[in-house]
Design a protein around this ligand. Structure first.
Ligand SMILES: [Zn+2]
Ligand SMILES: [Zn+2]
Ligand SMILES: [Zn+2]
Length: 253
């Protein structure tokens, strides 16, 4: 860090604030610049977890005729590139059953929620009084009926069941949900600067050490003992959190 760079940084900071003057900073005499080394340790763990759950779809499914051959088993699924979060759902074969749709009780249609099954709604102009409010004449909009045909269901009082899409039946099946997630542990070594740690963690610095593997070990023999301790904590925390419920695929430190 040179005096020039320090002054430029200070001026840039002042310019980012609407009402700060920069005169003092421009004329400021810098007497001393103290060098300070701060280490940052970062552990990134990419892990995969799997669970199975029941799901359903209209039966027969759209685009697939009744009696069509079942879908092939779950394809071999490659993991996404490391550290890229993703969720995939895979249908499991041989675990399907067809049941009456519980959304419409097998009718294929459900009651219109706008007119509550009546097929008509109250006229908005006369509010059902059949007369126009100002002139006390017959309401023109509803021709004096006080009602309007429900637009949502076109007067039928019901609409195609959204759950089974009118098919009356649902096919329940098991699916495998695979989730790839990335978790980060970050630690910034102690410093005498009165600065929030997250600001320091964004500072560009020199990369002292980088390692990537299926599982990394805690850092040992680093000159800053705090970093060794932080890395021990990071590795232990991540393996406790993810090793039991999921599978660690890749770690980077
Ligand atoms: Zn309706
Ligand atoms: Zn009316
Ligand atoms: Zn239904």
């Amino acid at each position: 860090m040179t005096e020039e760079a320090a002054r430029t940084a200070l001026l840039r900071f002042l310019n980012s604030k609407c009402c700060y003057g920069s005169k003092a900073a421009g004329e400021l005499v810098i007497q001393e610049l103290k060098q300070l080394t701060v280490y940052r340790y970062r552990l990134e763990t990419f892990h995969e977890s799997r669970l199975s759950e029941w799901a359903f779809e209209p039966f027969p499914p759209a685009g697939r005729p009744r009696g069509a051959a079942p879908l092939p088993g779950p394809p071999r699924l490659p993991a996404p590139p490391p550290f890229r979060e993703r969720t995939r759902r895979l249908r499991l074969p041989h675990a399907a059953l067809v049941k009456e749709c519980h959304g419409c009780h097998g009718h294929g249609r459900s009651k219109c929620s706008v007119c509550h099954g009546a097929g008509w709604t109250r006229c908005v102009t006369c509010k059902g009084s059949r007369r126009s409010l100002k002139q006390q004449k017959r309401c023109q909009l509803c021709s004096g009926t006080g009602r309007k045909r429900c637009n949502t269901c076109s007067g039928r009082g019901s609409k195609t069941c959204a759950m089974c899409q009118g098919e009356k039946k649902l096919q329940h099946f098991k699916q495998l949900v695979i989730t790839w997630r990335n978790n980060v542990f970050e630690f910034v070594s102690a410093h005498q600067l009165d600065l929030p740690g997250e600001l320091l963690s964004r500072v560009n610095g020199e990369n002292v050490f980088r390692d990537e593997n299926v599982q990394v070990y805690p850092v040992a023999d680093f000159p800053e003992p705090e970093i060794c301790l932080a890395s021990q904590r990071a590795v232990a925390e991540h393996s406790a959190a993810f090793a039991a419920s999921s599978r660690i695929l890749q770690q980077e430190r």
